[in-house]
Design a protein around this ligand. Structure first.
Ligand SMILES: [Zn+2]
Length: 278
């Protein structure tokens, strides 16, 4: 006999919660003709002072790419050859796509640390990056029905001028400004890979487009490494079955990262030297 009262689900995962700030960023946007807007997800209502308001939710594109790019910089800094983002080595016209210190995506055997973490076009990534949608919420005190991160979102109408100030093109661009969080699910990573990802966070600099014009500067403010225990129960409430979730979060402490980094570098330098001598 199946009894629904005993149904529960237990899950343990590991995650890194990163708190970041940007004064102004244009995430890799959706372009519609001349206009580039943020990726619109839908609308939610939120409450402030017992009044209800509606606001639009947008997605911050490119956070995973930002992390991968940072991991590539770290690898380069450590002298470890890793996958580049391209599978091809050169274009038809001979333009080199893979700079020194990198190999074409997925060409390593055994797989390099970047490939083990981020995968390739064909191999799944061992991590997932989760970002709650962002929303423009004007009120200081508020509660939302669904997760949403409060930032400032604006659309700028811009006009490109020629040197004699004749308008040649007008276009619209969206950007956001403020604090935001993202979560990296590291449940499937080994301890060494976790340390590599944590250290990669130090190399995060920009998100999205327009960095030459000063857009997209990202400051990482806080990093928490957590063990998360999730317990879900089905419970009867007023004649309706409901899923009740309990979450317990505990910090994960890593052994001295600096020591690990030196050891890792040494190990790789030895490997490279051995390859040269054979
Ligand atoms: Zn590789």
């Amino acid at each position: 006999m199946y009894s629904i009262e005993v149904v529960n689900m237990k899950q343990t995962k590991k995650q890194i919660v990163v708190r970041a700030y940007t004064p102004i960023a244009k995430p890799h946007n959706v372009s519609i003709q001349k206009n580039s807007t943020m990726l619109l997800l839908g609308e939610i209502s939120y409450e402030s002072g017992s009044k209800a308001f509606n606001t639009k939710l947008y997605y911050i594109k490119g956070v995973r790419g930002m992390l991968r790019h940072a991991a590539m910089s770290l690898a380069q800094d450590c002298g470890i050859e890793v996958c580049h983002s391209s599978e091809k080595t050169e274009l038809k016209d001979g333009t080199q796509l893979v700079p020194s210190g990198f190999h074409p995506l997925g060409s390593c055997d055994p797989p390099c640390i970047l490939r083990r973490i981020f995968g390739t076009f064909r191999e799944e990534s061992s991590i997932s990056v989760l970002v709650d949608p962002i929303a423009s919420i004007k009120h200081k005190e508020y509660t939302t029905e669904l997760p949403a991160q409060k930032v400032h979102i604006a659309t700028e109408n811009r006009i490109a001028l020629t040197y004699d100030r004749t308008a040649i093109q007008d276009f619209r661009e969206s950007y956001f400004s403020g604090y935001f969080n993202f979560v990296i699910d590291i449940t499937n990573l080994t301890d060494d890979e976790i340390k590599f990802i944590v250290e990669s966070l130090l190399y995060i600099e920009t998100l999205g487009s327009g960095k030459n014009a000063g857009y997209g500067y990202i400051k990482i403010l806080e990093v928490e490494i957590q063990n998360v225990h999730v317990l879900r129960n089905i419970t009867m409430d007023n004649g309706v079955y409901k899923i009740i979730e309990e979450i317990e979060v505990k910090p994960i402490l890593l052994e001295n990262i600096e020591e690990w980094r030196n050891a890792y570098m040494r190990e790789n330098l030895i490997k490279i030297e051995q390859q040269h001598s054979t």
